[in-house]
Write a protein that binds this ligand. Structure first.
Ligand code: DAR
Length: 367
């Protein structure tokens, strides 16, 4: 798109969609100061937010270096989204040590001793472009690299499992029936080519080549390959001990780093991810709670979202992004902050929010 047309298009979006952070912070003079090659690269980075004006972030990095290369735009968007004042220097620290904090949900209430808990981290290796800029062969090459790492991981009895590929012709290829079953079981990710944001960004390119999932024998440790990031590493379980869940994820992550090229990281932004919303710890930690009183039996999340926001957590239906609450008030709660906070602080936030919401829901029966 010619420069002046792009600048006026973004300005129109900025007026119509103030929530589009790319449009809010895009500066035409900065764009014109770039050489033609960098302008082309920046056009691809913001394409999703231009083609989808209803975007909240509106940009995806194509290479780990993009966050530094295009810092004037990315820094402004990142400070805004993550609620960090522009005067505050961002410096990501990692700390998985949860021994110094409460972890046992049953200690809040026996009814919370058996809830669905899931925690995941996003990681990209430094030797490939980010998913939005990969070509088909790179996607397949990365998948093969990941599959060889899983062969090593599977030798550990605590993480034994198998790799399931949806790449046509892969030696690990599964059929459509198993793929659908795993999606319905909330294990495998959905067809990315149905996501208009990821399509424009190129992240869903060459679907389904280079995509798959490692699943442990107990089906409580999963690794997505080729979704929005190179890897989404997750631990999940029904129970009440958040500390155990975090420990399993951290151990699995550490083992995987032995068998893979270095991850793309930054002293400022921590784990480098496609979407700026996932920078930092790159972690989404969540648990499901039944809150029928706070949700009007699942009919209205307004009050719960307000209470949750004050507690630093986001609420959504238990069926994933954009899903509704169950009739029994079943919802997914997850700490909002991911950048500038450590893994332990994210877990602590989740625990404290669960305790506070349960107190609101039950009126704290114990007085
Ligand atoms: N739809 C894009 C991404 C929002 C954040 N969610 C991710 N990364 N899965 C937008 O900018 O609205």
């Amino acid at each position: 798109m010619p420069s002046q047309q792009l600048i006026s298009t973004v300005e129109t979006i900025k007026q119509a969609r103030p929530e589009n952070l790319m449009a809010r912070h895009f500066d035409g003079d900065y764009y014109l100061s770039l050489n033609p090659v960098l302008r082309q690269r920046l056009q691809k980075i913001i394409a999703s937010g231009v083609e989808n004006p209803d975007s909240s972030m509106g940009a995806y990095a194509m290479n780990p270096q993009d966050y530094d290369q295009f810092a004037p735009l990315f820094d402004a968007m990142i400070h805004d989204f993550h609620g960090i004042p522009s005067s505050v220097e961002i410096k990501q620290i990692h700390d998985w040590d949860t021994t110094r904090t409460d972890c046992d949900l049953a200690a809040i209430d026996p009814d919370l001793a058996d809830v669905s808990m899931r925690v995941r981290v996003a990681r990209n290796v430094s030797t490939f472009p980010l998913p939005g800029a990969m070509d088909k062969q790179q996607r397949i090459d990365f998948e093969n690299l990941a599959a060889s790492a899983f062969n090593e991981l599977a030798r550990d009895p605590a993480f034994g499992g198998k790799y399931l590929s949806i790449t046509p012709g892969s030696p690990h290829e599964i059929g459509a029936g198993e793929y659908d079953r795993r999606v319905k079981a909330h294990q495998m990710f959905k067809d990315m080519s149905a996501d208009r944001y990821l399509n424009v960004a190129g992240i869903s390119g060459d679907w389904p080549y280079g995509r798959g999932m490692y699943v442990s024998n107990d089906e409580e440790f999963l690794v997505w390959v080729g979704e929005e990031d190179h890897l989404r590493i997750m631990a999940m379980q029904r129970g009440g001990n958040l500390g155990e869940l975090f420990e399993r994820l951290n151990t699995g992550l550490e083992k995987l780093t032995l068998y893979l090229p270095p991850f793309a990281t930054s002293p400022k932004y921590g784990a480098i991810t496609s979407c700026p919303t996932n920078l930092g710890a790159g972690m989404r930690a969540s648990l499901h709670m039944k809150l029928p009183k706070l949700t009007g039996n699942g009919s209205d999340l307004t009050r719960l979202k307000q209470e949750a926001s004050h507690l630093g957590v986001a609420v959504r239906g238990a069926g994933g992004e954009h899903s509704d609450a169950g009739e029994d008030g079943l919802v997914d709660i997850s700490p909002s902050a991911r950048l500038g906070v450590t893994e332990m602080q994210i877990m602590q936030k989740l625990y404290e929010a669960a305790a506070a919401l349960w107190k609101l829901e039950t009126g704290d029966k114990r007085g």
